[in-house]
Ligand binder design. Sequence first.
Ligand SMILES: NC(=O)c1ccc[n+]([C@@H]2O[C@H](COP(=O)([O-])OP(=O)(O)OC[C@H]3O[C@@H](n4cnc5c(N)ncnc54)[C@H](OP(=O)(O)O)[C@@H]3O)[C@@H](O)[C@H]2O)c1
Length: 317
Amino acid sequence: MSGQKVIAVLGATGAQGGGLVRAIQNDRTGVYRARAIARDPQSAKAQELAALGAEVVAADIDDEASLRRAFEGAHGAYCVTFYWAHFSPEKEMAEAAAMARAAKDARVQHVIWSTLEDTRKWVPLDDDRMPTLMGKYKVPHFDSKGESDRRFLESSVPATLLLTSFYWDNFIYFGMGPQKGPDGQLGITFPMGDKRLPGIAADDIGACAFGIFERGDEYAGKTVGIAGEHLTGAQMVAAFSRALGQEVRYNDVQPEVYRGLGFPGADDLGNMFQFKRDFNDYYCGVRDVAVSRQLNPALQTFDVWLARNLNRIPLPS
Ligand SMILES: NC(=O)c1ccc[n+]([C@@H]2O[C@H](COP(=O)([O-])OP(=O)(O)OC[C@H]3O[C@@H](n4cnc5c(N)ncnc54)[C@H](OP(=O)(O)O)[C@@H]3O)[C@@H](O)[C@H]2O)c1
C-alpha cells in the first residue's frame, strides 16, 4: 500500500526487532510497514520476514553509512544493540551513537531506543557492595545502554527510551532453564532472594514498541518501562511445577555465588540481578504492567508464555 509509514527495525531477525516486525505486519490497519534490517537479507530468518510483507534491507550497525541508508525515508526507527555479540560496553556505546546520528541524518521522525539503567547512578563505582567490572562499570551491559541515552535525548529526533525487562525466553536460549540438582530435582537459580523479577515474553517487547510508534507524540521525549509480570523466584517455580507436573525448586543463591558460576558474563549478570534485588521497588516501579498492556493488549502472562513455549525449553534428561 502506498503512503504507508515505514518503521525501520534493527535486530529484525532477532528477539526484540522480530517481535516488532511481526506486530507491524500483523496489524490490520495497514498504516505502517516494517523495514526489516538484517546483515544478510537472503538469510532464512530475513526471508521469513519478507514473506510477512516486510521490506528487507541490508545494514550493519558497525557501518554508519549503511545505517543511514537503511533509515532513509522511514517514519520511525527501532534502535537496539547486541551486547552479547561482543561483550564490549565501548563498542555498544559507539553503535548507539552511530544509530542516533544516522536517525538524525535520515530525518527520521520518531526513534525508540531500547535501553536499560546506568546502574552507576544507584551504585557508584566506589560502592563495594558489588565489584566494579572492566574498570568502570557495575553492570556493563546495562551501564553502556544507560550512558547512551543522552545520544538520543540530545538529538533533534523525538525519542522514546524503552526500558526492557528480563526475557522469559532466556529459559530457552540463555541456559537459564531448569537444571537438575545433586538430588536429581529440577531447579532454577537466581540471586534474587524474595524480590520480584520483572519479566516479559521477548516477542511482547516489539508489540509494546509498536504501540508506542502508534501513539507517536504521546511518547516522544518520554521513558517507558515494560514488563509482562513481576514474579518472585518462588512464583516462577510454582508456575514451572504446575506446567511440568513435577516440583521445580528455586535455588536462591547469593550474588557472589552467581558471579562465580563461570560462564561468560556471569559476573555482569550476578551484578545485574543484585541491582534488581537491592533496588527492587524502583526497578519494578518503572516497569508498569498496566501500561505495557495498554500498549499491547495481547501481553502474555508467564503462565500463558510457559504454556506456549514449554516444549521449547531444554530440560535435562
Ligand atoms: N536477554 C534478555 O533478557 C534481555 C533483556 C533486556 C535487554 N536485552 C538486550 O537485548 C539486546 C539484544 O537484542 P535481541 O535479544 O533482540 O537480539 P538477538 O535476538 O540476539 O538478535 C540479534 C539480531 O541482531 C542482528 N545483529 C547482530 N549484530 C548485528 C550487526 N552488527 N549489525 C546489524 N545487525 C546485527 C542479527 O541479525 P542478522 O544476523 O540478520 O543481521 C540478529 O538476528 C542486548 O543488547 C541485550 O543486552 C536482553
